[in-house]
Design a protein. Structure first.
Length: 324
């Protein structure tokens, strides 16, 4: 199949027929589509789905179309919304188990900066999952909706590593490292960690946890820090449980979130619009924007933590993610 695609690409490029339609639509600037409602005033629907990572999508089509990373796409969409005087509100549709600490924080930061610059309401609507980093991002919104079947929470940090020392001994592999200091190889998968190394890693994780708590406190001012710490032990919550403890504001469907956005923005009628690249088709509010090379979010917790990567000396990753 790949050979056929390459041959077709070459054929189209060699014909010199400039006026013929391109086999693959180019990336180009964002285009706007109305998916619901009517009127000049707009509510922008932005997708934040799949694994939260700063890496660009790596699928064949993603690379062919040069699709940007999730943080880059969010920043671009927020910038476009900010330049349009008809945009009166932002609706974030979140469907993510979380991801890396940095990607989660960058997404939250961009939304928070937009709020400071543009005084329009931002509402988050969590669909299937809004756990860990997904909830971290939602905390930047003015109000959080959860679908009746949403799973959220999992507030905390996790670092996944592997001790393959026993396995390597069985197959006769004796790894080694020459380092400039005793902690330079900390986290290496070919040996057990020392108590000192565990303490160092725990210190880093504790610091990232404190950052998570501060973000939730800023986004949920009705909760005390003590209440947040009690809730933020890593457990997940159903929509009803999350509402009962104050982690979300309302339970409802996407249409309910849209109605709430209209109330907050003092809008009687509004067009619900999305931004997308050339070739995208968005017929309604449930149309998904491709973020990882597929319409379905990738929820595999091992997307960025393959066994090969760990065994070959890949660095441990600090994650705001629900990873059972």
């Amino acid at each position: 199949m790949l050979k056929i695609v390459v041959v077709l690409c070459l054929c189209f490029s060699l014909t010199g027929c400039i006026n013929q339609p391109s086999l693959f639509p180019s990336g180009g600037p964002l285009q706007e589509s109305t998916v619901s409602g009517e009127g000049h005033q707009k509510i922008v629907l932005i997708d934040i789905s799949g694994m939260l990572t700063s890496a660009k999508p790596s699928g064949f089509t993603d690379q062919l179309l040069d699709r940007p990373s999730l943080p880059a796409r969010l920043k671009e969409e927020l910038a476009k919304a900010g330049e349009d005087e008809e945009v009166k509100a932002i609706l974030l549709r979140i469907n993510s188990p979380g991801g890396t600490v940095t990607a989660s924080d960058v997404l939250h930061h961009e939304i928070h900066q937009f709020k400071k610059t543009h005084k329009i309401p931002i509402v988050a609507s969590i669909v299937d999952l809004g756990t860990s980093g997904g909830y971290y991002v939602a905390a930047a919104a003015d109000k959080i909706f959860a679908h009746p079947s949403t799973v959220t929470g999992s507030i905390g940090v996790i670092m996944v590593t592997l001790n393959a020392e026993g396995l390597l001994e069985k197959i006769g592999v004796v790894p080694g490292a020459i380092t400039s200091g005793p902690n330079k190889s900390m986290g290496a998968p070919y040996r057990a960690m020392t108590e000192e190394e565990l303490a160092i890693f725990q210190g880093v994780i504790d610091s990232m946890y404190e950052q998570f708590v501060s973000v939730v406190k800023a986004g949920r001012p009705s909760l005390t820090e003590e209440e947040i710490r009690r809730l933020a032990d890593g457990r997940i919550y159903t929509a009803a449980q999350a509402k009962a403890v104050g982690l979300v504001d309302e339970i409802g469907y996407l249409e309910d979130a849209i109605d709430q956005v209209k109330i907050m923005a003092n809008l009687e009628d509004a067009s619900i619009v999305t931004y997308h690249r050339a070739g995208g088709y968005k017929p309604n509010i449930y149309s998904s924007i491709r973020t990882n090379g597929t319409d379905a979010p990738r929820f595999s917790s091992l997307d960025s933590l393959s066994l090969f990567t760990v065994l070959s000396g890949g660095t441990p990753k600090f994650m705001y993610i629900w990873m059972p």
